[in-house]
Design a protein around this ligand. Structure first.
Ligand SMILES: Nc1ncnc2c1ncn2[C@@H]1O[C@H](COP(=O)(O)OP(=O)(O)OP(=O)(O)O)[C@@H](O)[C@H]1O
Ligand SMILES: [Mg+2]
Length: 479
């Protein structure tokens, strides 16, 4: 029974054994029965594992429980919580067949199904139709700072399956700004805030408070972070991003969800909208290639992003061409020779870019041009004008609409090396930490810190290309 859940859970059945020992804030998560709970803490304390273990224990111990596991997008859930779920939480249950995976259909979302009739549905809030039509006992939202309070209210209306004695929304997150609506909701006592610390994770800390070998390496990575990322991911503090350059950037306003068809496929942006590509070359620094579409009122939608270290320009060129083109075979009847002939052609799946704007590395540009058959132009790199113009685009107009958006989860492939090093894995991660330099007295300088800026630089280059009317427009690189 769910009520017999103890802090130390050990499920021994005839067929499999699973062991998990929670500590500190993570233990509180397992014990809590509040209707709405948020577990917050720095990176890697075991928050997600605790939420997932709770869902697993509830589903295993009570028949016909309906649980839901959610993130802002299903794709981001797949690269994070679902990995922990499969590799650690239900690992043994999958082997014994106590839990099986069901891939879903056009009517039903994907699910993990337990032998006793319990289910864990998985989904993303960007495509809520299939998941929000059902009722649940427990809902787990990963990285809850990404979703809005309206989303939270909507999810709570689905908590009425009553297969267990309490109904619960459990959320986890790394801290955000001290003004974040979720934190304010906790301060308002509408949601129970549980703090989790690195000491909660036995992989990082021994019970006597000493670091494990793995813990020492992980904490060293966290200690190398700077600014707001250090305060939030190392110290677990809810702090505003002081000194941040693009203070206008607000994920709730600038990150848009996709539209989906009935089969759950993303609907592409209209073909009539002109496309632009921008590239910031890099190898040990991330190589960033971003695709943008320009909407009818001149507003920009960034809809695809390669953000990856350790690969050559030629390799990236293959990746992008694989995404935007397909090999099409044309057949026709050759009347003269009386045979059927075929020809393989490259067919573009979306409009060609109107311009491919690059940073100034001539050799990398040539490699990219050769591999893709596309011409490139050099970016206008004036930093302070570019930042001002881009800030203008981010500012909402009188109707509340900015002129620059990121489509949610536009990443082609997550760079696991960057993720392990807790570095930004996409441009959205850069916006909250891209900051002005300060002098030794703490005074803000008019110069950005050249760190974790490859994605935001691309956005600035595009804004300069579209909005800058100055002299530098003609200083195109010739080579
Ligand atoms: N009590 C525990 N016993 C064994 N392993 C644990 C425990 N808690 C966490 N871990 C492991 O530590 C790793 C990090 O845990 P988890 O992903 O839950 O952290 P997190 O706090 O959600 O991190 P983030 O802040 O990055 O989202 C995972 O591989 C997880 O399985
Ligand atoms: Mg987590």
């Amino acid at each position: 029974m769910v009520n017999s859940l103890t802090a130390k859970t050990k499920h021994t059945g005839t067929v499999h054994e699973h062991f998990y020992e929670p500590r500190g804030g993570c233990k509180e998560v397992l014990e809590s029965r509040d209707e709405e709970v948020l577990v917050s803490g720095p990176a890697g304390t075991g928050k997600s594992r605790a939420c997932l273990e709770k869902i697993f224990a509830i589903c295993l111990m009570t028949p016909n429980v309906r649980a839901l596991m959610l993130r802002k997008t299903l794709r981001s859930l797949g690269s994070t919580a679902l990995v922990t779920w499969r590799n650690f939480v239900i690992k043994e249950a999958l082997v014994t067949g106590t839990v099986v995976y069901y891939g879903g259909s056009s009517q039903e979302a994907a699910q993990y199904r337990f032998k006793n009739g319990s289910t864990v549905t998985i989904g993303g809030l960007d495509n809520p139709t299939r998941i929000m039509s059902s009722e649940y006992d427990v809902v787990y939202v990963q990285e809850a700072t990404e979703i809005s309070i309206e989303d939270i209210e909507m999810i709570k209306t689905r908590l009425r399956n009553w297969a267990i004695s309490f109904q619960q929304l459990i959320m986890d997150c790394n801290p955000g700004s001290d003004k974040h609506p979720l934190l304010l909701r906790c301060k308002d006592n509408r949601c129970l805030l549980i703090e989790s610390r690195h000491e909660d994770n036995p992989r990082l800390f021994n019970l006597d408070g000493t670091l494990t070998e793995r813990g020492a390496k992980y904490i060293a990575i966290l200690d190398s972070l700077t600014g707001v990322r250090y305060k939030r991911l190392r110290l677990g503090l809810w702090v505003s991003s002081e000194g941040v350059i693009y203070e206008e950037f607000d994920p709730a306003l600038h990150v848009l969800d996709w539209d989906y068809d009935d089969a759950g496929n993303r609907l592409p942006l209209p073909d009539e909208w002109p496309r632009y590509w921008v590239i910031d070359f890099g190898y040990s620094h991330p190589f960033v290639l971003k695709c943008y579409a320009e909407g009818p009122d001149g507003e920009i939608y960034m809809y695809r992003e390669i953000y990856m270290t350790g690969r050559t320009v030629a390799e990236h060129a293959v990746t992008i061409m694989d995404v935007v083109t397909t090999a099409a075979v044309t057949r026709w009847w050759d009347h003269i020779n009386k045979v059927e002939r075929t020809r393989e052609e490259i067919k573009w799946l979306e409009p060609h870019p109107t311009a491919v704007i690059c940073d100034h590395d001539a050799e990398d540009r040539r490699t990219f041009e050769k591999a893709t058959g596309l011409g490139t132009i050099a970016a206008i790199k004036d930093v302070s004008i570019g930042i001002d113009l881009h800030k203008d685009r981010l500012k909402p107009d009188g109707q509340g609409y900015p002129r620059f958006y990121l489509m949610a989860d536009a990443l082609v492939e997550r760079d696991e090396i960057l993720a392990t090093a807790l570095r930004p894995v996409c441009t959205q991660d850069e916006y909250s930490s891209y900051s002005w330099k300060v002098d030794k007295d703490g005074r803000k300088l008019d110069e950005p810190i050249k760190k974790d800026d490859d994605g935001v630089d691309c956005d600035r280059y595009l804004t300069m290309h579209l909005d800058y009317r100055g002299k530098a427009r003609i200083t195109e690189l010739t080579y």
